[in-house]
Structures are given as structure tokens and as C-alpha cells.
Design a protein around this ligand. Structure first.
Ligand SMILES: CCCCCCCCCCCC(=O)O
Length: 298
């Protein structure tokens, strides 16, 4: 079930071709996209009018779920077709900090869960450093994970495996950090990333060879060098860490890109901080897990 403080999910409108590894999307012409999007929008509008009429819902559902960008029927259309799940554009408040997160970023990156990063200072007290929201591209989820999980019944669905698969896939995702601690220096951000992301890089890279260690260190240095001394990050600043197509990790501060690195390992390591085995906020991870699973239980 979707958590009550969470927006519901919508069957996603198709987005323009973007995944280079999916040939059918490559061949999609702009006019097909325009037509498909227009048809999808009309069907969605009609669907919201008839949300109390199951038969019409099903018919519209069928129409929506078959409007895949490549013109073929969706493999797992039944997952996404519940038209009673109207899009809820209401932002979601992280309850401890009051920070508000939009329910979606862009066309199809939907909010899966929110949480707080607490950190102990000199082992004395814990401070709330930032609130975070984890977003994932639902069109990608459908393409990448639909085959494996689309037909699973709720009892069969293994939430842990599902969230691990999402983390380790190339599904486009964003983790949004909104700073709540007012006295944060960019140096402390850099060193916190060095520690947390550094641990995860080591965890996933495996081998102990010194070559490997040097490569990992240089990857970590490249990433942390994005956080330059001249940047200020007062309370309210937003850092977006996004895994984009082709496993490009893109970092923005208050909407301005500060750097990108193509590295599957780096993307996985960052996501692991929020949805791995030892996440910063366990409740947030559970929420992410539930909302992700609910996609496959419509
Ligand atoms: C005084 C505490 C300083 C902590 C700064 C954390 C800032 C962002 C770091 C992001 C990665 C992480 O949470 O480890």
C-alpha cells in the first residue's frame, strides 16, 4: 500500500526516446511522440472523468497502457493502468524537518520516499543536516524491471530484491538533498561525501588491489571536487544527485550543474546511502520500498 502521506501514482505518459540501449525508442519519430503524448493526455483527461466507471476505466486503461512510445503493446501494461490512481501533484512534507518535496521532477521522475540525514557532531549531539527525497523514472522502471516483476503477485514480490535491482540498474533517478542545518560549510559537505561515498565505493568495488584503490580514490576525488570552496550552501540549498542515461552521475547545486561523471559504481554507491542495507534513514528506505512495490501491485 502507498503510505497515506504519499501522492498516488499515475500511469506515466510516454516520454521522448532517450535510452540508447533500446533500439525501438531510437527509431521513434518526433511526430509519433507528439501524437502519442497528445493521445495519452486526452485519454488521461477522459479517464479522470470516468474514474467511477470501472468498464470505461478498463477501456481507457487499455488505451493508455498500449500507448507505448514504440507503438507496441506494453509488456507489463497492467501494472500502470489503474486509472483510479490519479496523479497527485501535492508536494510531500518530510515530517521531521517540514521540508517540502515536489511529487515529481520533470515528466516522469516520481517521488518514492523522503527522509532525514542526521549526523553526530563530535560524538556529542545529533543534528539534522538535510532532508532528502528519492525519485525514480517510472517509464524506465517499467522498461527495466517490468519484465521481472510485472507478473508477481503481492505475496511473491520480494521487496528487498526489487529495491536492490532498482539500485543496481540504470533506471534514471535523483536524490534531492535540501539543507536544513544553517551552518554548513562546503568543506564539511566534501568531507562527508568523501567518507560516505568512499565507504560505498570500497564496498562495491570489491578487489583489494592497490591499482583498484587508486582508481577508486581518483573517482572519489573527481566527485568531491565538484563541491568547490567558493560555493555557499545556506539552509534551503538544494543538491541534486542524479543518475542519468548511460550511468552518468550529474550533480547540481540550486539548479546549476557543478559536474558529471560517467560511472555505474558511483551512481550505485550514492543510491546505496539512501536505499542500501545500511541507509541513512531506515524509515525512508521502507517507504521507498513500499512505494516501489505498490507500482507492481496495482
Ligand atoms: C556538521 C555535519 C556536516 C555534514 C555535512 C553533510 C552534507 C552532505 C553530505 C552528503 C552525503 C552524506 O550524507 O554523507
Amino acid at each position: 500500500m502507498v503510505s497515506p502521506r504519499f501522492p498516488s501514482w499515475l500511469p506515466q505518459p510516454p516520454k521522448p526516446p532517450a535510452r540508447p540501449d533500446v533500439p525501438s525508442r531510437k527509431s521513434l519519430s518526433a511526430s509519433t511522440v507528439a501524437f502519442t503524448v497528445a493521445a495519452g493526455v486526452s485519454a488521461a483527461a477522459a479517464a479522470s472523468q470516468y474514474s467511477n466507471t470501472p468498464f470505461l476505466q478498463d477501456a481507457l486503461n487499455f488505451l493508455l497502457s498500449n500507448l507505448s512510445p514504440n507503438g507496441n503493446a506494453n509488456r507489463s501494461s497492467h501494472l500502470w493502468g489503474s486509472l483510479s490512481l490519479a496523479a497527485d501533484p501535492t508536494p510531500v512534507n518530510e515530517p521531521k524537518t517540514g521540508v517540502s518535496f515536489p511529487s515529481a521532477l520533470g515528466d516522469s521522475r516520481r517521488l518514492l520516499g523522503v527522509g532525514v540525514r542526521r549526523k553526530s557532531v563530535f560524538g556529542l549531539k545529533n543534528i539534522d543536516v538535510y532532508a532528502f527525497g528519492v525519485y525514480a523514472d517510472t517509464v524506465d522502471i517499467k522498461e527495466v524491471l517490468g519484465e521481472k516483476y510485472g507478473k508477481a503477485s503481492p505475496a511473491e514480490l520480494d521487496n528487498k530484491e526489487l529495491i536492490d535491482d532498482l539500485k543496481n540498474s540504470d533506471v534514471c533517478m535523483t536524490v534531492r538533498l535540501q539543507i536544513v542545518y544553517g551552518k554548513l560549510s562546503i568543506r564539511s559537505v566534501r568531507s562527508a561525501f568523501e567518507e560516505s561515498v568512499g565507504n560505498r565505493l570500497q564496498k562495491f568495488a570489491g578487489s583489494e588491489s592497490s591499482d583498484n584503490k587508486e582508481l577508486l580514490q581518483s573517482l572519489l576525488n573527481r566527485f568531491t571536487s565538484f563541491f568547490k570552496d567558493e560555493y555557499k550552501i545556506p539552509r534551503g540549498s538544494i543538491i541534486d544527485l542524479s543518475r542519468e542515461l548511460g550511468n552518468v552521475v550529474r550533480t547540481t547545486i540550486d539548479g546549476k550543474e557543478v559536474g558529471s561523471i560517467q560511472s555505474k559504481l558511483l551512481g550505485r554507491s550514492i543510491l546505496d546511502l539512501y536505499m542500501g542495507d545500511d541507509p541513512f534513514d531506515r524509515k525512508a528506505k521502507e517507504e521507498i520500498e513500499r512505494n516501489l512495490a505498490s507500482l507492481f501491485q496495482q
